[in-house]
Ligand binder design. Structure first.
Ligand code: PGA
Length: 222
């Protein structure tokens, strides 16, 4: 199974979210692809009502009623003050609520330039998952500098980051089963270079997930 998670952030109004969800319901989704939508909290219940269980939904920051998934530690939230400790707290709450957490990790440009990529992503995984009673977790590697910038990571670099994350997960939560995603300026043109990496189970998209053409194009190119 390949996962396409569309994080709509605050890009769409409730009306636009409902309209795009209706379009997505009409997509011919390949059998080996799971498309999940992550509407904003204010659009969530309206989208949930139209989707009516036919597509999985996710919350953008912790638990929402009707969500299968929950993003935890997205860089937008870390940028507005979520520390590693706060992320660990949200992780526990998501697990208790019974949603599948999608932990987001990634280094800033300054951390990468200082040679601290591996140390930073390892720290984010270990702090979020040590002691968590997690059975199934998604971990999205999203370099902060690649998000919304049009500058996607080099897939070979992504593969080495995923190896670091996998090792950290085995240390922090050895019994958890994990799916690894990449996020950061993924689009229909570059998505296959990530989904073809053997260690990756899919992608988390922001901008590309917010229009019918690019959402469908990304799905079809996976
Ligand atoms: P982007 O966002 O695809 O627009 O870079 C990714 C994300 O924030 O998850």
């Amino acid at each position: 199974m390949k996962y396409l998670f569309a994080n709509w952030k605050m890009s769409l109004s409730a009306e636009e979210s409902v309209a795009l969800a209706k379009e997505a319901l009409g997509f011919k989704i390949p059998e080996d692809v799971e498309l999940a939508l992550f509407p904003s909290a204010s659009a969530f219940s309206a989208v949930r009502d139209v989707v009516n269980g036919k597509l999985p939904l996710g919350a953008q920051d912790g638990y929402l009623d009707g969500a299968t998934y929950a993003l935890v530690g997205h860089s937008d939230r870390r940028a507005t003050g979520d520390t590693d400790e706060a992320v660990a707290g949200k992780m526990k709450k998501a697990i208790e609520a019974g949603v599948i957490p999608v932990l987001c990790v990634g280094e800033t440009k300054a951390e990468r330039d200082a040679g601290k990529r591996d140390a930073r992503i390892r720290e984010q995984v270990v702090s979020a998952l040590t002691g968590a009673r997690v059975q199934k977790v998604f971990i999205a590697y999203e370099p902060v500098w690649a998000i919304g910038s049009g500058q996607n990571d080099i897939p070979g670099d992504t593969a080495s980051a995923i190896a670091v994350i996998d090792a950290a997960l085995k240390e922090a939560a050895p019994d958890a089963s994990a799916v690894f995603l990449y996020g950061g300026s993924v689009n229909p043109q570059n998505v296959a270079s990530y989904t073809h990496l053997p260690a990756l189970g899919g992608v988390l998209v922001g901008k590309a997930g917010t229009s019918i053409a690019t959402l469908r194009g990304t799905m079809e190119a996976m």
